[in-house]
Design a protein around this ligand. Structure first.
Ligand SMILES: C[S@@+](CC[C@H](N)C(=O)[O-])C[C@H]1O[C@@H](n2cnc3c(N)ncnc32)[C@H](O)[C@@H]1O
Length: 189
């Protein structure tokens, strides 16, 4: 039996695993150190593709290195640009998008995701989703600006038409500090 409930990142990976098939096209909207991109690359297999965005050269370099170390580099396209520009890079239907918000662990804590670009990317993402596709956001609210970004995202997701989208908020209620939470949106039609 599992000891504790899955933490936010573990839960986000479970949702990705349940919703991605070999050969799928998927997006990592915040490549960072590349852990999510690597996980996605494993899930989509040799015939799939991960489009991974980050605005920091350091993050793209880290992600490239991790993929190369694991012989997965040919399954990913690494894009040094904001996720708010997703529509410039792809128009194909996708099965999953992951956002891991906040700052790059081990990097500059001043460079954070911002609600304006995150919401722009989220709107483009849900348009690109195929039926039963998912957008998953791991949200951190402990840093400056995090609480505002969280509110904007929860307000937007709560207002989505339930006939078109399933929306889930996975949140620990009794932990010290604001623990990360997972917002997941599934396209129903
Ligand atoms: C928490 S980290 C991501 C962690 C990553 N998913 C991993 O598995 O290692 C957040 C990342 O978002 C990036 N970021 C911030 N604003 C962005 C934007 N507008 N578009 C794309 N990436 C952005 C940061 O540079 C940072 O690397």
């Amino acid at each position: 039996m599992q000891k504790d409930f899955r933490n936010a990142v573990q839960f986000s990976h479970l949702l990705l695993k349940e919703n991605i098939e070999v050969g799928d096209l998927v997006i990592d909207a915040t490549a960072g150190n590349g852990h999510d991109t690597k996980y996605l690359a494993e899930l989509v297999g040799v015939d799939g593709k991960v489009f991974a965005f980050d605005i920091q050269e350091k993050a793209i370099a880290k992600t490239k290195e991790l993929l190369e170390m694991n012989d997965l580099a040919d399954r990913a396209e690494l894009i040094l640009d904001s996720h708010a520009e997703i529509n410039q890079y792809l128009s194909q239907k996708i099965s999953a998008v992951i956002f891991n918000l906040g700052y790059l662990p081990g990097g500059n804590k001043e460079i954070i995701t911002k609600s304006e670009s995150t919401i722009a990317a989220l709107k483009q993402s849900i348009e690109l989703l195929k039926k039963n596709g998912v957008v998953i956001l791991v949200i951190y609210s402990g840093h400056s600006g995090g609480e505002e970004e969280k509110k904007v995202l929860l307000d937007f997701a709560s207002a989505l038409d339930y006939k078109k989208f399933n929306v889930l908020n996975y949140e620990f209620l009794n932990q010290p500090g604001p623990p990360p939470q997972v917002l997941a949106i599934k396209k129903r039609i």
